[in-house]
Design a binder for this molecule. Sequence first.
Ligand code: FAD
Length: 724
Amino acid sequence: LNSLAVRREEAEIVIVGGGPAGSTAAARLAGLGHDVLLVDKDAFPREKPCGDGIMHPGLAVAERMGLGNLVESSFEIESTRMVIGHRRQITTPHVKGPGRPLPRCIVRKEFDAALLSAAQERGTRFIRARVEALGKGNDQRLLAVAGEERLEVQANLIIAADGATSRLRRVTGGQAAKPIAYAIRQYFKCERPLDPILQFDLPLEVDGRVLAGYGWLFPIDEHTANVGVGIYREARGSGPSLRKVLDIYVKELETKAARRFGDLEAIGEPVGSPVGIRSQLEVADSPGLVFLGDAAGTTHPMTGEGISFAMCGGESLAATVHERSKRKGRPQVATGADEEVWRSFPQLGVDISLLVRASTLEVNKAPSAIESAGSVAGPFLTTVEQCAHESAYKTGIEGTPAWAALDSYSPLLSASLERANDLLLDRFSDRTPFVTEVIHASIRSHLGPMYAAAVLATATGVTVPDTAFEAAVAVESVGVLPEMLTMLVDRARSKRLRVNNAMAVLTGDFAATRALLAAAKLGPAAVTALARVGQSGCQGGMRDTAARFAADRTPESWFEAAKETTGAGMVLATQFGTMVRGENSAAAERLRQFSLELGVAVRLAEEIVDLTVGDGVRPGREGAALSRGIYPLPVLYAVETEPSLPRLLAHHMAEQDGAAEIIDVVRQSGALERAAAECAGRVDAARSLAEAQTGDDGEALFTLAAVPADYVTSRVSADALEAC
Ligand SMILES: Cc1cc2nc3c(=O)[nH]c(=O)nc-3n(C[C@H](O)[C@H](O)[C@H](O)COP(=O)(O)OP(=O)(O)OC[C@H]3O[C@@H](n4cnc5c(N)ncnc54)[C@H](O)[C@@H]3O)c2cc1C
C-alpha cells in the first residue's frame, strides 16, 4: 500500500459494499441529504452468487427505491415446493396481500446494479476500490486500493456492508467466528416450461452421506432456472466440494425430476461463496463503525435468506443514523446503532450448530426419519414454523392497537412503549434457536404489548421513571408462561413431540428468569407479586391444557382460565404501574377489577379475531388456533346450541382440516356476536371503573381499555358479524 500514490477523499458517511445492504442504506441516507460515499471492490453490474429469490419485505424496499418497473417485469412466484427424497412434496402457496407482494426472482447482477444506480441518483458518490484496513486507534481513516492509487477516506461514520466475508469485521478483531455455511449456484436452460414455484430439495446426499443443507431450483423466467446447493460446514475444505454436491444435485434433477424439467443445459460457470450465517457474533469494535447486512450476520440461520434482511436493515440503520445526526449535529459516533440492527433481527447471531448437528444425525439415520418429521409437529414447533420467518421481519410495535391507544392519549406514552419494547428485545436476545422469535411473536400478536401499555398508562405522569420500563419487561415476560404451557403435549411419544415439549419448557423458564430479574429492580414486594401471578398464570395455562380438544368445556372454565392468565397479568401491570408512581393507591381494589375486566377482554378479542380473520401475520390462516385445541370462547358458546359441532371438532382434531366449516357453524350460531358483545361489555365495565379513577392514570387507562372492543370491530368486518 505504501508504495502507491495517495488519493484522499472526505465524506460524512462512507459505506463499504454496494450490495443490497450498502446500496439501500446509501440511497436512504443520500435521499435525506447526507453526504455519502460508497466504496466497492467491483464495478457494477457484477456477478453475485445467489438464488435470486427475493421475499416481500425486500421487494417493498425496492419499490420505495423506485425499482417498481424492474420488480414488475420479473418472474412472480406463486408457491414454494419442498421435495423430500425426490418423492414426497409439500407445496405452500404464497399469499398476496396489501403491501405484501408475491416473491420474485431477479438476477442479482441486474438487481444490485439497479439498487446502486438508485443510490447514485439520490447523490451517493461511488468509487471502485478494495478496502484493506482502518486507521489505528482514533485515526478513523478507511484505507483502500483503487487501481494504481492508495485511497484514504476520512469520514464521521463508516458503515461496513462488505458481505459474508467482511474484511472490516476481520481487521477489527472479529476473526473468531467464521461463516459456517457455504452455497453455490449455476444458471440452466430448462427444456420444459417452469412453473412459478420456488423448489427446495432435501436431503442432499453425496457418496451415501447425508449433508445438512438443501438444493434449490428457482425460475428466473419460463425457461431459465437458478439451481444451487447450500450446506452447513464446520470448516472450509471438510466434506465434499460444493461443485461436486451441485453436480450430483443437477444430475438427480435430470433423472428423478425429468418429467418436470426435461434436460438442463448449463449457462455459464457455477459461482459460490460463504453464506452470511454465523454461530455467535463476536464483537468487532472500532469507533464510528457499524456493521450491516451479511457483514452483521443478518442472514436467516435456517434458510440462508438474506436479501430482505440486508435491505430492511439498511433502511432502519439509515433512519437511526439520520435521527441521531439531527440530535447531535453530525453522525459522528455510531454507538448504539449496532443495537438497532440487533433489535430488528431476533435471529441474529443465533447459535444453530447444535440444531444442525441434531438434524444431521436425525437425517443420517434413515429416510423414514425425515418422512415422519413432517407429520405431527406439536404446538411449539408449529409456532416456530409459522413465525420463524415472518416475525424476523418485524419487531417494532409502532402502529399496534396498544401503541395507537397510548399515542392518541400522549406521544410521550407511545414513545415510552417503544422504549419498553426495545428493552424487551434486548433482554430477550438469546443464542438459542427460536426462543426469541416465539416470545416475540407471542408478545407482538394482535393487540401488541398490552401489559406494558397498562404499566405505562398507570405510571403516567410528566415523565416516565426508569423503573416503569423494568416493570413493563417483567409483566410482558411473565405473561409468556401460560402460553408456553399450552404448547406442551401430554404423553409425547415421538422424538419430535419431546423436542416440542423441551423447547416450550425451556422457553417458559427463560421468560420467567427474565421476568424475575426485571421485577427484582422494583424491590422484594414486586418479586412476590410477580411470583403470585406466575403461579396463577401456570394454573390457568394448565386449566387450558387439561381442556385441550374438549368440546364439552364449559364457558365458566374458560373464564376462570382467562382471569388466571391475561386477567392476572393485567392486574400485575396496573399494580406495578402504581408501585412505580410510589403510591399505594387507595383505589387498589377498583384498579384490580378494572384490570380483570380488561385482561379477559384482551383474550376474548384475540380469540375472536384469530377465529375470523386469522393471525394478522399471514392472511388466510383464520381458525389456525383450533389446531392447538384450546377452543376459543365463541366455539364453546356455539357448542351449546349446535349439536353438529362436537363431531366437526373431533374430525378437525384427527385430520387437521375442516376449520372453515367449523367457523361457518360458529358464525351461523350467533356465538361470535355473543362473544363480541361479551368483550364489549367487559370493555364498558373497565372504562366505567377507569372513569372513577381520580389520579392521572384514569384518562390513560380509559383510552387503553377501548382497545379490545375497537380491535374486534375493526378487524372482524361488519359483514362477518352481520352474517351471524
Ligand atoms: C449461493 C447463495 C445463494 C443465496 N440465495 C439467496 C436467495 O435466494 N435469497 C436471499 O434472500 N438470499 C440469498 N443468499 C444470501 C444473500 O446473497 C445475502 O444475504 C445478501 O447478498 C446480503 O447482502 P449484503 O449487501 O449484506 O452483502 P453482499 O450482497 O455480499 O454485498 C457485499 C458487497 O461488498 C463488496 N465488498 C466485499 N469486500 C469488499 C472490500 N474489501 N472492499 C470493497 N468492497 C467489498 C462486494 O463486492 C459486494 O458488492 C444467498 C447467498 C449465497 C451465497
